[in-house]
Design a protein around this ligand. Sequence first.
Ligand code: NAD
Ligand code: IPM
Ligand code: MN
Length: 353
Amino acid sequence: MKKIKLSVIPGDGVGKEIMPHAVRVMDTVAEIHGGLSFDKVTYPWSCEYYLEHGKMMPEDGLDQLKDSDAVFLGAVGNPQLVPDHVTLWELLIKIRREFEQTLNIRHAKQIQGIQSPITNPNNFDIIVVRENSEGEYSEIGGTMHKGPDEIAVQNAVFTRKASETAMRYAFELAKTRKNHVTSATKSNGIVYSMPFWDRVFNDVAKDYPEIETASNHIDALAAYFITRPSSFDVVVASNLFGDILTDISAAIMGSIGIAPSVNLNVNGKYPSMFEPVHGSAPDIYGKGIANPIGQIWTGKMLLDHFGEHEMADLLMKSIEAVIAEGIKTPDLGGSASTEEVADAIVAQLRRSN
Ligand code: NAD
Ligand code: IPM
Ligand code: MN
């Protein structure tokens, strides 16, 4: 029996509503497989935990997670209770940093049965490789003065190592897809980091002569994601640009509620963390209507990560079949609940096996 040790952190808001259903789906996959099981430990770390304990996780929180094979996370953040920069940096970003999850891989493609909000989806299929550890997400900077003269300085950090890691991953990935990599830049307006990023990209590209490349400024690229998304294959982006692009790539699928992602530890020293692209969605929390597909598709990425490609394909096909049948939450124009969508995926998995 192959056992995958899973640390489950439902987190906040819709993360808490969705996670039990996503776990149920993963257990169904394991049962169908017959030789696979998930050994799960669930952690209550969240904004409510913070209110009780004054921190987002215990002092030895990372030690508790570190021996697991993967972290399965819902969403973090309840800005009405605790400011986001506290909760996110003490849990989500802390795990990404300490576990050296330097890449964030986010997939988006047109799905039959979902009305894309754009006019030319044309079967787009994009993977964004987001550098996940630096850029504008740095703790270097500060605020000065008070009152009308107050100033905030936020330094962005770009290292050759981290940029190159993201780029090489993108090129390797493109080899298994359509042999095309686009780099997100802004070297016309940002004088140090982005010309540097372009230089590193050109250096890495030389090692992959068979891969076609493009380099687009982030403002234009954001627009192209809307006007001609099917012209992209793999896109490599810095941390903030990748964050923004992947909300757009999710939106053109029809809803951010279905978009999956993995925070990848590439050196094998720590577990990777699997979480949907969306946040805790406080505006719909408590209604039982959050789309569970982002979390479940994320589970598909987890299966692929552990080499369970057959099961991953079965799960993806089941998700697509349920959508094609019209069993959809309100964000996709349907009237099904979180639970009904998950039930339908479980039933479909059992049928198609
Ligand atoms: P959000 O992704 O939570 O919500 C944006 C919009 O998408 C909302 O209209 C919401 O209703 C909708 N949406 C999100 N998930 C959905 C789902 N599963 N089904 C249907 N609709 C869904 O982004 P936000 O409002 O900017 O952030 C809310 C909180 O989540 C903040 O505290 C933010 O910092 C946090 N956040 C956390 C993560 C994470 O943990 N990875 C990611 C993004 C935002
Ligand atoms: C994401 C989120 C996070 C990020 C926030 C919540 C810090 O938007 O995972 O996309 O910016 O990385
Ligand atoms: Mn984001």
